[in-house]
Design a protein around this ligand. Structure first.
Ligand code: AMP
Ligand code: ZN
Ligand code: FE
Ligand code: FE
Length: 269
């Protein structure tokens, strides 16, 4: 048995993961984790009394989490919020507003796909249980319709940030999202910084007042993670890590990155 480990970045059926929240808890237990944060996109719907009940039964510690979509210069910037107050009405309302933006942005993506002879209808989405629909759902339907060979292919050719069928539309800047997370009693952590390619752009994001940064991510090689650990230490930011597990929508195994007890507790406060 290893020391305390908590995977604090994963997605459930409340957004674009393929496991129900309760099933995720069981998977976390099977993966020998002692703590978990379910960080669905723009939704805290996973945090039900049933979830906390099962966590207690399984002796699994829970940290509230959500991955919020902000936007800078038309490119999405994901910010993880941890330890916020589930009873904060203003924070819940903020998330609801972002989900509304998401719906509008999805419509713009679907319009572009239709213009490129890859129409998807309301009916195609009717089987989905989640209210927080995202690009992975759209990509999966494109595969089902035979437009592309795989989800990865759908992203590479059409859906990735800036691609021909991508559409912006998330209204809030990273700074505003950070401010709202704090008002909701939470801590703001920049998610997967490794994926931003342009230096000047990264510099702009890093000028925002984060509390922490996700240095350890899925199964990335250590040499890609360590520069971010160094940066975090220089700035006094909390070093976090998580798998970004999405079940069938992505190949990242649950528990492939994690945080220890000290970090988990720091985010909980
Ligand atoms: P959305 O919230 O609709 O913007 O979708 C974001 C999700 O799409 C991320 O959490 C990833 O799971 C997935 N995603 C984003 N970019 C890519 C990419 N280039 N390749 C594969 N999946 C991606
Ligand atoms: Zn996702
Ligand atoms: Fe993300
Ligand atoms: Fe994620």
């Amino acid at each position: 048995m290893h020391d305390f480990r908590a995977d604090i970045h994963c997605h459930s059926t409340c957004s674009d993961g393929s496991d129900e929240p309760l099933a995720l808890l069981r998977k976390a237990k099977d993966a020998s984790l002692q703590g978990l944060s379910i960080t669905d996109h723009d939704s805290a719907a996973a945090y039900t009394p049933e979830l906390f009940g099962l966590a207690e039964e399984l002796n699994l510690r829970i940290l509230t989490g959500v991955e919020i979509s902000s936007e800078l210069e038309g490119i999405p910037v994901h910010i993880l919020a941890y330890g916020f107050d589930l009873a904060s009405l203003s924070f819940a309302e903020f998330l609801r507003e972002i989900r509304e933006r998401r719906t509008e942005r999805n419509s713009a993506i679907l319009k572009k796909l239709a213009e490129n002879k890859m129409p998807l209808s309301e009916e195609d989405f009717s089987g989905l249980k989640t209210k927080t629909i995202g690009r992975p759902h759209i990509a999966a339907l494109m595969v089902k319709k035979g437009y592309v060979g795989s989800i990865q292919n759908a992203f590479e050719r059409y859906l990735k940030d800036g691609a021909t069928c991508y559409a912006p539309g998330f209204k809030y800047t990273p700074e505003e999202v950070i401010r709202r997370i704090r008002l909701g009693g939470g801590k703001a952590v920049l998610a997967h910084p490794h994926f931003y390619k342009k230096k000047a752009y990264v510099k702009k994001i890093l000028s925002c007042p984060f509390d922490g940064i996700e240095c350890y991510y899925a199964a990335l090689p250590k040499q890609l993670e360590l520069p971010w650990v160094k940066l975090a230490k220089e700035r006094g930011w909390i070093v976090t890590g998580g798998s970004d597990f999405h079940g069938a929508f992505k190949n990242n195994p649950l528990g492939s990155s994690w945080v220890g007890e000290e970090t988990f507790n720091a985010l909980l406060q």
